[in-house]
Design a protein around this ligand. Structure first.
Ligand SMILES: Cc1cc2nc3c(=O)[nH]c(=O)nc-3n(C[C@H](O)[C@H](O)[C@H](O)COP(=O)(O)O)c2cc1C
Length: 344
């Protein structure tokens, strides 16, 4: 059988397929099953910065029971200004009380004991707001790495590109003063110069960048004339965006790249590796196809490698990246005159 071993964030993985952070990585039974089916590593369901803030008392309730955010609370939350009282905070406060930090830490310890593959903790964050010390406690659980899911939707008209981007660098700098865990950062795609931003990010000492988180999408209900939400799970046609950017960035950044969003089959798994991804994360595919998708991806990938005489993943990783492509212009083409002008 072809050798799928991969080094990611300085960790040894038996293959590059990772169970991404989602509701399914929130139970020990699932984690054991995911490991048994063969994933190379598991990213645990994230704890939220807001949860950490609540317990570290950056958010308090006033006498009337309203939620009050203390001075050091974030300027923006989920891309918008936080007021003294905010419905979202009320929700977060309640959620945080039910899902305590101690519970998260205990879960990490248990997860680490339950499986013998790398376990990666995860924090969802939107600000550089005094919560980073918690990473030290995560490190003490014995997990192998920490993934930061930083998602700032640049919708605040008063904030410049530089201000938005600075938050990412500030978070990383601060967190690195508390923990020696290998760090990775998962980002969205709303950047005005994505390639430069990712390149700069890769020089901060982070060991990996995950492209891309999938935003919570809005939709409209045209009967109720109300805002609703789009599908929670990705579809198999959503991988191209990640494929383009992994291809463009591969070979030009100083850390690993992990592909996320829209990988639902062994073929798209192979494509992301050909683009140059060090690892590939799946979440929606686990919900839709069940955990059987894991051996299916791994077995078919091994057969494909044998068919093409690739003994290991490095033999083909990045073979179709922009840096190695015969026609690099293909990656830049976004206006499809050649294709669309022939369709009538
Ligand atoms: C139900 C669900 C819960 C998720 N929870 C988290 C989370 O806690 N932290 C995180 O970083 N990503 C979370 N994600 C995002 C996934 O890790 C992944 O980045 C995204 O779904 C795109 O990958 P996919 O197309 O394989 O689903 C979640 C996704 C789903 C579907």
């Amino acid at each position: 059988m072809a050798n799928l071993q991969t080094s990611y964030l300085g960790l040894e993985l038996k293959n590059p397929l990772i169970a991404g952070s989602c509701g399914l990585t929130n139970s020990i039974d699932n984690i054991m099953e995911l490991a048994k089916r063969g994933v190379g590593a598991i990213v645990i369901k994230s704890i939220f910065e807001e949860q950490i803030n609540v317990e570290t008392e950056n958010v308090i309730k006033n006498e009337e029971g309203d939620i009050k955010v203390l001075a050091q609370a974030p300027d923006t939350m989920l891309g918008r200004r936080v007021h003294d009282y905010d419905e979202a905070y009320a929700y977060i406060y309640d959620y945080a009380r039910r899902n305590t930090l101690e519970k998260y830490l205990a879960f990490l310890r248990e997860a680490k004991k339950a499986v013998n593959i790398p376990v990666i903790a995860s924090i969802n964050c939107v600000s550089n707001n005094n919560w980073q010390a918690f990473s030290k406690r995560i490190e003490e659980t014995g997990v192998d790495a920490l993934e930061l899911n930083i998602y700032i939707l640049p919708t605040d008209w008063r904030r410049s590109t530089e201000e938005n981007e600075k938050v990412y660098f500030d978070i990383i700098k601060e967190i690195r003063s508390y923990t020696n865990l290998p760090l990775s950062v998962k980002i969205g795609y709303y950047f005005s110069a994505l390639n430069q931003f990712v390149m700069k990010l890769s020089k901060t000492g982070v060991k990996g960048i995950i492209l891309f988180n999938r935003p919570y999408n809005i939709d409209f209900d045209i009967e109720k004339i109300k805002v609703s939400h789009g599908g929670i799970l990705s579809t198999e046609t959503e991988y191209n965006h990640t494929l383009r950017w992994i291809s463009i960035l591969s070979g030009n950044v100083d850390c690993d790249l992990s592909a996320s969003t829209g990988v639902h089959s062994w073929e798209t798994f192979v494509k992301q590796l050909l683009a140059g991804a060090t690892t590939v994360q799946i979440a929606s595919a686990l919900y839709k196809g069940g955990f059987d998708i894991i051996p299916e991806i791994l077995t078919n990938t091994a057969s494909w490698m044998e068919k093409h005489n690739f003994n290991n993943v490095d033999a083909f990783r990045g073979k179709l990246s922009k840096a190695k492509a015969e026609n690099p212009a293909a990656f830049e083409r976004v206006q499809f005159m050649k294709y669309y002008s022939d369709i009538e």
